[in-house]
Each structure stands twice: as structure tokens, then as C-alpha cells.
Design a protein around this ligand. Structure first.
Ligand code: TXA
Ligand code: MG
Length: 326
């Protein structure tokens, strides 16, 4: 059921549902989340069941502020503290050692916990109202079935899970791709998942360079090879290759769409094309909604022009690479 996120009574109702151990989907600045109170393993089990997500894949716990983070974190440490100061509330998740015995299901059994303080006003209002009812944090993965494209509109969540689920409608998610995840639980901080914030900005705030994930890094489902998969086969190509492929295609019976920044369709082509913005933040904002919209048409193929190099594009490149790997 869709409820208006800007309505105080709707927030109260959603907070009550969370406090009672029910699931609520809500908007964040990155993507919509599927939430349950993080301190209730039975409620959290409902998330895994609804998503079809393996129970050993940890979830991110959303907190209202750094004080609430201490309900779950055994210790933050210097790097995580600096990241929290620099980026909260905002699209950055820290992985830190967990208080033993707390939020074990949300953590997927790992000795660490992912924590994030979202900036979206509806998420903040919900977390505040839930906290009033004794909820210290809300575990919430992206509100999509396991392995599918993350939702950036309330309607996407309804499309995934149907009308029975309580969904707070907060409009379009501004960022459009999931938060940056920095693992601060080991000797060297590592960027597990790139998001909107360019790596250099995170490193400047952290005061140390970030490592890349290693084989021993904590498991992150958003970092599985094949993730964010549309049903159509997605192929990523450099501009020149895409151009050549389109020239050679001619009149093909394939149901194919092109999603490109610089490459345009050959003269007279009847294919459809979506233009990818030149600005990486705009591109991220539109990315999942565009893939969903194209996918809803039952295409065979989506040919995507590789985004430019450079860290501001890391998040978009990462999501497209995973969609293409599926
Ligand atoms: O932007 C976001 O982060 C969104 C919104 C809803 O906040 N949430 C999101 O959640 O993307 P999800 O579950 O789809 O992705 C969470 C990622 C997964 O890759 C998960 O494995 C990783 O965070 N993660 C969470 N806790 C972790 C932990 N303790 N150790 C390692 N990875 C963890
Ligand atoms: Mg996800």
C-alpha cells in the first residue's frame, strides 16, 4: 500500500508497523529500502524471505545519527569516525565491528555491521518516529528481489512486491545508485562498493588511501559479479565498437535498445535510444529507472555505451558492469 511520505500520520503509521516487527519500504536519497527493525531477528528474517536473499548476506542498518550507531557498533575507530563526521547524513555506509549479540540476523552472522545515516527527509522522519517507539535502527537492503535492479521510485517497489507491502512514497531518489560502502573493520579501510561520492573525497576525509576489496573482504551481495540484472541481455561497449555494431546491424528482427552518451543511431534507424547524461550524477540518478523502463518492454538486448573513465563515474560503471555480467 502506497502512503504519502510527506504526511505525518503516514510516518506514524509506518513507524508503528516497524516497531511491531513488520516490514516497511521507504525512500532514501540513494534507492528505496525494505526495512525492518534491526534489533529483532524475526522481523529481519522477513526481509530475507520477501527478497529471496540468502540469509548470510548482511544488510545495512539505517540509524538516525551517530549516537544510534553506537547501539550496534562495538567501536567506530578513527577512520569511520572521520567518515561519519564528513558524510553523515548522506550516501555512505561504514562497516565496523558489531556489538556481540546485537542485530545478528541483520549482520548475516558476521562479526561486523554496516551502518548508514540517510539524508532523505522521509527516511529521517521515519527513523525519528521509530526511535520514539524504541527502535534503535532499521535494517534495510534495497527494496527489490534478490539480484534485480534497485528501485528509485515508490512504484518500482510496488512492481517488485505488490500492494500488500507498506510503501512510503518519497518521489524519485536523488542519487539513484546505492551508497558507497567503506569497510573500516580491518587494518586498512577498503571501498567495497563505489557510490556517488568520488573515491578521492572519501580518501581525503578518511585521511588514508582506500584499498580495493580483496578475497578476504566481507561478503557483499551488491558486489557479486552478476547483480542488478535486467531481463534483457545488456552489453557494454566502447563508443567506437557500438557505432560499428549499429552500422553492421542493418534491419534486424532483434528487439534492441541503445543507451548511449555520444553514439547516435544510424540515419533512418528505427531502434529506440535513450540518451545517457554527460554528468555522472545525472547519469546515476536516471540509471536504474531507465534500465527498468527499457526492461519492461521485453527487449532482447540493451546495448550500452561505456561511460567515461574517472572516479566520478565509478558508481555508474560498476552497476553497468554488473548488469552486463548477469
Ligand atoms: O544505498 C544503500 O546502501 C541502500 C539503501 C536502501 O540504503 N541499501 C542497500 O542495501 O544497498 P543492500 O542490502 O542492497 O546492499 C547492502 C550491501 C550488501 O552488498 C551487503 O552485503 C553489504 O552492504 N553489507 C552490509 N553489511 C555488511 C557487513 N557487515 N559486511 C560486509 N558487507 C556488508
Ligand atoms: Mg541491493
Amino acid at each position: 500500500m502506497l502512503l504519502p511520505g510527506n504526511d505525518a500520520a503516514a510516518i506514524e503509521r509506518a513507524a508503528e508497523a516497524l516497531a511491531a516487527g513488520e516490514l516497511v519500504a521507504f525512500p532514501t536519497e540513494t534507492v528505496y529500502g525494505l526495512g525492518a527493525r534491526a534489533d529483532d531477528d524475526r522481523a529481519v528474517a522477513g526481509i530475507f524471505a520477501l527478497k529471496g536473499r540468502p540469509a548470510d548476506h548482511p544488510l545495512i542498518v539505517h540509524v538516525q545519527d551517530a549516537a544510534c550507531a553506537n547501539c550496534f557498533a562495538a567501536t567506530l575507530g578513527d577512520v569511520a569516525t572521520r567518515l561519519v563526521d564528513a558524510f553523515w547524513p548522506g550516501p555512505l555506509t561504514i562497516i565496523v565491528p558489531r556489538v556481540p549479540g546485537v542485530a545478528a540476523a541483520a549482520a548475516g552472522g558476521q562479526p561486523t555491521i554496516g551502518l548508514r545515516c540517510p539524508s532523505h527527509p522521509v527516511a529521517r522522519a521515519l527513523l525519528a518516529a521509530a526511535r520514539q517507539r524504541g527502535v534503535p535502527g532499521v535494517a534495510a537492503p534495497s527494496a527489490n528481489r534478490f539480484g534485480r535492479i534497485s528501485p528509485t521510485l515508490a512504484q518500482h517497489v510496488v512492481d517488485e512486491f505488490g500492494e500488500a507491502l507498506l510503501v512510503l512514497d518519497g518521489g524519485e531518489c536523488e542519487v539513484g545508485i546505492e551508497s558507497s560502502i567503506v569497510d573500516c573493520s580491518g587494518a586498512v579501510p577498503a571501498l567495497l562498493r563505489p557510490g556517488q561520492i568520488p573515491r578521492e573525497r572519501i580518501e581525503a576525509a578518511a585521511g588514508v588511501p582506500l584499498a580495493d576489496p580483496t578475497a578476504s573482504s566481507p561478503r557483499a551481495s551488491g558486489t557479486l559479479e552478476a547483480h542488478y540484472a535486467p531481463r534483457a541481455k545488456l552489453r557494454l561497449m566502447p563508443a567506437a565498437m557500438l557505432n560499428t555494431a549499429l552500422q553492421m546491424l542493418g534491419d534486424s528482427p532483434l528487439r534492441l535498445a541503445v543507451y548511449s552518451r555520444t553514439v547516435t543511431l544510424p540515419h533512418g534507424s528505427r531502434l529506440q535510444r535513450r540518451a545517457m547524461p554527460d554528468d555522472p550524477d545525472r547519469a546515476a540518478h536516471e540509471l536504474f529507472a531507465t534500465l527498468r523502463e527499457l526492461d519492461a518492454q521485453g527487449l532482447d538486448l540493451i546495448w550500452v555505451e561505456e561511460p567515461p573513465g574517472g572516479s566520478p563515474w565509478d558508481g555508474v560503471r560498476d552497476r553497468l558492469a554488473r548488469a552486463a555480467a548477469a
